[in-house]
Write a protein that binds this ligand. Sequence first.
Ligand code: SF4
Length: 67
Amino acid sequence: MPYRIEIDESACNGYGNCVVAAPEVFDLDPVTGIATVLAGHPDDADDAAVAEAEADCPARAIRLSRP
Ligand code: SF4
């Protein structure tokens, strides 16, 4: 099911756990070190990895909005 991924940039500390969990979806901005979303609406195949990234974020900076 499609859903929206948002990064709370004021909360993100650039730990990179999200990139480890879902490298197809998240990356770190090389300048700011803050996480970026490569694909705002990942395929169903990415669901588990995205959920893992959300759970693994120590800063709770990842927000998933499901319809
Ligand atoms: S795991 Fe959380 S704090 Fe770390 S880079 Fe990803 S969004 Fe930012």
